[in-house]
Design a protein around this ligand. Sequence first.
Ligand code: TYD
Ligand code: MG
Length: 452
Amino acid sequence: MSKKHTIYRCQNCGYISYKWLGKCPACGEWNTFVEEREEVVHPSRLVNKEQNKILPINEVDIKDEERIPTGYSEFDRVLGGGVVPGSLILLGGSPGIGKSTLLLQTANYISTYEGKVLYISGEESQNQIKRRANRIGTYSNNLYLFSETNINFIREAILNISPQVAIIDSIQTLYSPELESAPGSVAQVRECANILMIIAKNYNISIFIIGHITKSGNIAGPKALEHIVDTVLYFEGESYYSYRILRAIKNRFGSTNEIGVFEMRGDGLEEVKDPSSIFLSGKPEELSGSIIVASIEGTRPILLEVQALVSYTNFSTPRRMSIGFDLNRLLLISAVLEKKLDIPLNNYDIYVNIVGGLKVSDPALDLGVAVAIASSYHDVPIHSKTLVIGELGLTGEVRSVQGIEKRIKEAEKLGYEQIIIPYYNLTEDLSKNSKIIGVETLKEVFRLMSLE
Ligand code: TYD
Ligand code: MG
């Protein structure tokens, strides 16, 4: 059933070699090979034979897609409508962001309303978990705690309790005694994840795995984990804000562009159902360099404030800095402003910030960034009930964006009266509740806003 090899594995990317190498041929990292004795257990041997019949596609029975609610509509939406029974879900994030808190609260909800939950922690004792739990609320007797790091004992515990959902906190602390490498190494992480996958599939138990993010931003054992699991979620946020964003990177059971917004409070995480009003709170009135834009994250529109600061510099290479917005797009926009609108930005530093700590890649924000920069440069404030939407082309043209109706609806909901959109998005059936202006070029926008 199993063979033993001595292998050398790159700790960065998981590449296997049968002799030691200084440099990994796959990822190019130096000194990453570690000797391992790996016991290769082929997963298919452990899977119930019944499930492996060959079938014509039309005869495959689809089990009805029953989902387990997590208690948070934000979390459910990111998962594609709740937890799929028997799925393996990886939750990654940097330390202290709130992964344990999120899953403990979810465990609380599921154990109260749906069925048994087993929370396995390799990082904290039962005592510590209980103490954290006390900050959050009261708990049902269906929530079981287990502090263990040996995957064999964990497997036994899961089969014993046979919960509906199991939570592993975290995968980096688990080890299989059959392998000699240290917990957290690629081999251990992969082996333990494989065993958990087999348990999830064979016994129809949904398993959440918490994974820490390495310095380079990957979940440790980078590629090793992401392809094993069904769903990869990232929990992110700036530590100096209390807002947290839950994002799906991979999802076999739903779309991957949805985000969920949470707020860390003194008594745990609270979901934020109306993120626009939060990201806009504290917006300065009638100050230059600030404008509201309508972005779409997944299927949901979110209004955001874009701020820019343009300041004179004596250095020959001016600085370009951006928080939450793609730096390359900022460079492109400042080049367009310089070339097409004759703003001499090569003598100015430019700083751009998306307020609230959200990272956005929606091109419809381009126009907002351009307007914020011009507003700061001319020191002309933008009317506070004005909102801009549009992608910017290299010739200074305003290009159409997707989801215009949703963006306008959200803007109107929050009381914006003048909405500037791409001319090509202007259609008959757009809302008539606000003044909607279609523009073809950036020049037109600037004329409208007296930014010349
Ligand atoms: P935690 O869930 O332990 O993070 P992770 O598992 O991702 O490492 O959360 C850690 C932070 O959250 C910690 O700095 C304290 C803070 N926190 C609150 O602000 N309120 C709370 O109710 C809880 C439980 C934690
Ligand atoms: Mg934790």
